[in-house]
Design a protein around this ligand. Sequence first.
Ligand SMILES: Cc1cc2nc3c(=O)[nH]c(=O)nc-3n(C[C@H](O)[C@H](O)[C@H](O)COP(=O)(O)OP(=O)(O)OC[C@H]3O[C@@H](n4cnc5c(N)ncnc54)[C@H](O)[C@@H]3O)c2cc1C
Length: 285
Amino acid sequence: MRILKDVEMKEYSHMKVGGTAKELIFIEDRNEFKEVLSTRDRVYFLGNGTNTLIDDGYLDISFISLKNFQNITVEEKTDEYDLVRVEAGLDLDDLIDYMEKNDYTGLENITGIPGSVGGLVNMNGGAYGTEIFDCIEEVEICDSEGEIRKLKKSELTFKYRTTEIKEKKWIVVSALFKFKRGFDKECAEDKRNQRETKHPLDYPNLGSTFKNPEGTFAAQLISDAGLKEYRVGDAQVAFKHPNFIINLGNAKFSDVMEVIAHVKKVVSEKFNINLETEIIILKNN
Ligand SMILES: Cc1cc2nc3c(=O)[nH]c(=O)nc-3n(C[C@H](O)[C@H](O)[C@H](O)COP(=O)(O)OP(=O)(O)OC[C@H]3O[C@@H](n4cnc5c(N)ncnc54)[C@H](O)[C@@H]3O)c2cc1C
């Protein structure tokens, strides 16, 4: 494993917010999980940092990265579909490129989500009616004791933006996907273009801040509450997509938290709906 000490976590968060971490460990081999987990008090598994808001100040946390886990292996080929194992550290974008090259279909709708496969499986990420679990057959997890095992999809519970893996704080090591043939290039390009048009990608952000409440959209509620461009310090509700909070330059953790608290309060007062955060908020104590 490779260990970096006193790491500026800002560099590893898509929001460009965060303090100095005790250490950042890049695991290189499956055998290292046990050692790391048995010798550290507080760990946080970081993917691409596209959904994690990190506190400022000193973080007495061992951040762990699976960035070295990027393999893709075809485990079974049939006339109808292939079973493909993908390691957790791979970027979703790289998986989509691989699917295009190999003419696999199933995940075109989620093209452009900037997360890692591990991050997406952990929270059952998705978009435009597709969730990553739609194509999953099995997940290889590591538990808090460092034991690695494979669980069939039928042995796991998962729903909108959450899974048993997340609730039990397991680590996603790899996932086995079932891909049929017929990559839909037009759909993938359309979804990528829609993201570029609709999302405020010019500024650091974490995607959707809040989960969509049943039957409605968080962005719509925030917009209807008149909160577009509401700002604290350098954290601002995006005009282009009001469920995004953007970092205009030097946003602090507390700025973002204040914006979140204000949005929740106003939406609750106006519509009697409690918005639930989709992003992960990592505090230093
Ligand atoms: C511009 C933009 C657009 C986005 N659009 C969408 C969208 O359309 N749909 C959507 O669902 N999300 C979207 N997101 C949010 C984000 O990309 C996803 O939630 C993604 O799943 C997070 O992956 P990550 O690797 O960046 O996770 P991180 O932010 O690094 O981590 C998020 C959570 O996953 C956990 N985690 C990371 N890796 C592992 C692992 N190997 N095993 C277990 N747990 C792990 C972390 O501990 C943490 O709890 C968007 C984000 C941005 C910035």
